[in-house]
Design a protein. Structure first.
Length: 163
């Protein structure tokens, strides 16, 4: 199993496939706003303002999951792993790769009635820092990496390029 980042030039070719994957395997937890962010996102080379970062997990060409963020998660953050691939650390590795892709800065909002996703983000090293009302009206926790509010830009670590 490999975790790879998508190059900006690959995003248009993957967008529809990942949206369909999120609808099929997101257990009805992916918000309309999250899917809309994917649809409207324009990929750029670095995780800077208005930028998109996408990492995928695959095994011999079979898509196992993906993580997606716009503006280091401020605008949108989604992590989806197919049900038959859950429990093996893929989600954690996707979150870690996405945070790395964003220079160590990542935030994501998770509905309080989604304990599996909260556990996933805790295991990936993020911390719940606040509670707000989410887009569906539910209490929603905001998770952040330790370095989220650091003003200094972080160097991006090398990663494999996508297929």
């Amino acid at each position: 199993m490999d975790i790879v980042r998508l190059k900006p030039s690959q995003w248009p070719n993957w967008r529809d496939r990942l949206i369909a994957f999120a609808k099929r395997h997101g257990d009805r937890r992916i918000t309309a706003a999250g899917l809309r962010a994917m649809l409207l996102a324009e990929a750029t080379g670095a995780c800077a303002p208005s930028s998109v970062a996408v990492v995928i997990a695959h095994d011999q060409g079979r898509l196992l999951g993906f993580a997606f963020a716009v503006n280091a998660g401020e605008t949108a953050c989604l992590v989806v792993v197919r049900p038959d691939a859950r429990g093996g650390g893929i989600g954690r590795r996707l979150i870690e790769a996405l945070a790395n892709r964003c220079g160590g800065r990542l935030c994501c909002k998770i509905a309080a009635d989604n304990p599996a996703s909260m556990q996933l983000f805790f295991h990936a090293g993020l911390k719940a820092v606040s509670v707000e009302t989410g887009p569906t009206g539910k209490p929603t926790l905001r998770f952040e990496t330790d370095g989220f509010h650091m003003a200094a830009a972080h160097a991006e670590a090398p990663a494999k390029e996508a297929l």
